[in-house]
Each structure stands twice: as C-alpha cells, then as structure tokens.
Design a protein. Sequence first.
Length: 78
Amino acid sequence: MTPEKLREHLDHEPFVPLRLHLASGTAIGVLRPSMAQTLRHTLMVFKPNPAKSAVMDYSEINYRLIERIETLSNTAPA
C-alpha cells in the first residue's frame, strides 16, 4: 500500500468509511477521515479510549502491512 493510495481514500468526497486489512489478519476501521493521518512510512489511526473520554489511542501501521482496503457503507459496523 502507498500513502498516496490511502490519501485518495481519506480525501474522497464524500468520505466513505474504510476497513484496513493487515497482513496479521487484523482489520481496523476508519469511520472518519480525521481518524487517520498519513505519514512518510506509516499510517496513524486514532480511536477513542472508552476508559478515558479525553484520551485518544492510536495505532501506527507500516504501509507494507496493509494488504487491502475495504470500503464500507455508512450503516456497516466497523
């Protein structure tokens, strides 16, 4: 995966929620474009921490580990 390809999905108007499928078998939902930030070698994906309402957790994912992107309908669970 490339940062440019991810940026295309994140910048799409209107935004379509995504599910990133990683080489480990993990799937990570990106429900809003503000939940992800493309960096030079990695993608940062943010998610709320339910235990601490003012805190965001994040995962930093190397682009090489993202196998595919699945687009979700607005009503699909993440």
